[in-house]
Design a protein around this ligand. Structure first.
Ligand code: LLP
Length: 443
């Protein structure tokens, strides 16, 4: 569900025509709908309300400070995975007690900073990491809270193997068989209080069933832990709630909640959710402009000014995003947002970028209305894992980001300039080339 729609043949984000944005800031550009972000945040909050969960938006999915601010104001905490994400949360004045910190490779520097900031919960992924956090908390003279990230050995076959995290043979978490020993070894630690369990089984998870399986296993484990004298106060069930890449393909927040809430009600557990994609994916699109149309063998290519550097999901996971022109030549011919939706009298094309890689495609074998140079094409459901995974490969400045609120819109990240590409590189080279102030390093 989202607030992007066609009005008289023009694509609008809420009450703003996307073509108007492109006319001012150019393309490629990410356009986000604040109403869509808030709709999905609230749908989760309301659906799980009976458990009064702490909802921690997963910063890795969409990290722009203005988006984080919007969600914090709506009541969200944050799920982070790096020192940089902690810094982003702090930059918007987020309450650090409402931040949960996952990741298998937290460095000493990151852990020290997170301890000093007063992070609410460290989601610990290994025995060695727990010992390190305890040591660093002791050095800082502080006590921190930890959750054991459990690897429940659960798998949704529709989740790409690159984003499945709940199987045993992944680097994430600790096997259920080791969990009792883990609590036995560390459950009485003075500096790192271990009284919580964290799950994150993958992304996206297209039904409630894998959560039910993982939570059921976890409740069973909690029973065993109780028998050993360990009380688990908090259960963080992670993220993974799906989004509509095809219209209506994802379960609603209420459909996940219908299966999950009954398992957890009345247990006195503090519940945490870490959604990213379900809040952000449908809230953003990538708008790009056709540069050239060309043929290659049996294929036709729409060559656009966005590329894998702007949206790497198709190249990396074979992900499919719905793409369609921002202007309809026949205003009554609105598309259905389905990957296999074909324009009547359309043309079968691959949508590709200008990067020197054959994996540089945004969509393949789509039957789109006939398009030409200068036309705008929208890549839908690109709000999550879109801009955040973009790069400057081929020395391409990254796209601008725009936030729409009703009839208003503003730039929340300007398009990068060529200077941005090398602003942080060895100053002495810049001195020679364009007269930057000299530094003291040797040639
Ligand atoms: N919590 C943890 C510990 C995570 O690792 C993730 C995502 C989330 C929460 C949020 O998951 P979500 O609700 O967004 O599904 N780049 C991939 C997705 C990678 C997900 C990584 N972890 C993609 O473009 O599909």
């Amino acid at each position: 569900m989202d607030f992007f729609s066609y009005r008289n043949g023009q694509l609008f984000c809420e009450d703003v025509s996307v073509a108007d944005i492109a006319a001012e800031v150019g393309t490629p550009v990410y356009i986000y709908s604040s109403a869509t972000l808030l709709h999905h945040y609230r749908a989760l909050a309301e659906s799980f309300a009976e458990l009064s969960p702490m909802i921690c938006f997963s910063i890795k999915s969409l990290a722009n400070l203005q988006i984080l601010k919007l969600l914090a104001e709506a009541g969200s905490g944050f799920d982070v995975v790096s020192g940089g994400e902690v810094a982003r949360a702090r930059a918007i004045g987020a309450d650090c007690a409402r931040i949960v910190y996952a990741g298998v490779g937290k460095t000493d520097k990151e852990i020290r900073e997170a301890i000093a900031a007063g992070i609410g919960l460290f989601n610990v992924e290994s025995e060695a990491e727990f010992e390190n956090i305890s040591r660093l908390a002791g050095e800082a003279g502080k006590a921190v809270r930890c959750a054991l990230r459990l690897n429940p050995d659960v798998y949704d076959p529709r989740t790409h193997t690159y984003t499945a995290t709940g199987k045993k043979e992944t680097k994430f978490g600790v096997d259920i068989e080791r969990a009792v020993a883990f609590f036995g070894a560390y459950g009485h630690d003075d500096h790192a209080r271990l009284d919580a369990i964290h799950l994150h089984i993958g992304s996206p998870i297209y039904s409630a069933q894998p959560y039910v399986e993982a939570i059921t296993k976890t409740l069973d484990l909690m029973g065993r832990l109780a028998g050993e004298g360990f009380t688990v106060r908090t259960l963080d069930i992670g993220g993974g709630f799906a989004a509509d890449y095809d219209a209506g393909a994802s379960p609603l927040a209420s459909e996940y909640a219908k299966e999950i809430v009954p398992l957890l009600r009345g247990r006195g557990l503090e519940v945490i959710l870490e959604p990213g994609r379900q809040i952000a994916a449908n809230a953003g699109l990538l708008l790009t402009q056709v540069q050239y149309v060309k043929a290659g063998g049996q294929k036709s290519f729409l060559i656009v000014d966005a590329a894998m550097t702007d949206l790497i999901r198709p190249a990396m996971y074979g992900s499919e995003h719905f793409v369609w022109p921002a202007r309809l030549s026949d205003p009554s011919a609105e598309p259905q947002r389905r990957i296999d939706f074909a324009a009547p009298a359309g043309q079968k094309v691959d949508v590709v970028g200008g990067v020197c890689e054959s994996t540089d495609f945004l969509a393949q074998d789509r039957t789109l209305p006939v398009m030409g140079r200068g036309d705008l094409l929208a890549v839908f459901s690109a709000g999550a894992y879109g801009f955040v995974m973009s790069s400057q490969y081929n020395s391409r400045p990254r796209a601008a980001e725009i936030l729409v609120e009703g009839a208003k819109w503003r730039v929340i990240r300007p398009r990068e300039t060529y200077e941005d590409l090398f602003a942080t590189e060895v100053p002495s080279l810049l001195t020679k080339a364009i007269g930057f102030p000299a530094d003291n390093s040797k040639d």
